[in-house]
Design a protein around this ligand. Structure first.
Ligand code: DC
Length: 221
């Protein structure tokens, strides 16, 4: 099986680009953030403080998360319930980021991710795919863009969905999540030693897609 790792901060365009790449190469696209989001959702539902490490660890034996494909779309199942429509909110983003700093949570989700990469050729997006989950991935992209650019994209997405948003709040949340994700002790977000950094700040989406496709295809031969 072949693997492409796409890591980077929130809003860098990882999922859009990884999906396009996967389709092109006929690989499976795996959004690993959805797994952390499912655990974040469960923590919120149970009323456990997202920063209460012991509380979060205590929930793990009650949780089963699965990834299934509906058509070619990934759906995440939390104890058998399809929660795909519930995990893209700001509180769940913050909860996902908080619980993802707990080493036991990362260990809990490790096998699900590696199992998928054993069964399928994958384009996997996340924070630690190239560094921890799939260290032997043939191609590791670290996709990034300036915080203001990423926040603007996120803000535009929210507005397009009819969600009321304040740009400064979106930027603030994004910067906080970036800081937390890259400063945690376990599997922090960082460029892999053999990773290739791609900054999409000045690029249109189609240009970013083309650039990443080009790099991946050269690397995979
Ligand atoms: O990719 P995303 O924004 O949906 O991820 C939500 C959070 O989950 C992110 O802030 C950090 C965490 N995460 C992680 O720690 N490791 C991953 N491989 C994917 C996500």
């Amino acid at each position: 099986m072949r693997a492409v790792a796409i890591d980077g901060p929130a809003g860098a365009g990882k999922s859009t680009i990884a999906k396009r790449l996967a389709k092109d190469m006929e690989f499976i696209y795996v959004d690993t953030g959805a797994l952390y989001r499912a655990i974040g959702l469960y923590t919120l539902r149970k009323g456990v403080d997202i920063h209460d490490t012991e509380g979060v660890i205590g929930l793990l034996p009650e949780i089963q998360v699965d990834i299934k494909y509906v058509g070619d779309e990934q759906h995440v199942f939390l104890n058998g319930e399809d929660v795909n429509g519930l995990i893209r909110t700001e509180p769940v983003s913050m909860a996902a980021s908080a619980v993802s700093a707990v080493p036991e949570v990362r260990t809990f989700l490790l096998e699900t991710q590696r199992g998928l990469a054993r069964r399928y050729s994958v384009v996997m997006d996340g924070r630690d795919i190239g560094t921890v989950i799939l260290p032997d991935a043939e191609c590791k992209i670290f996709l990034t863009a300036k915080p203001e650019v990423r926040a603007k994209r996120r803000y535009d997405e929210l507005v397009a969905k009819g969600v009321k948003a304040v740009f400064e709040d979106v930027l603030e949340d994004l910067k906080r999540r970036d800081w937390d994700d890259s400063h945690r002790e376990v599997a922090p977000l960082k460029l892999a030693d053999d990773g290739i950094e791609v900054d999409t700040s000045g690029l249109e989406l189609e240009e970013s897609v083309a650039l990443v496709k080009d790099i991946v295809k050269k690397k995979l031969g």
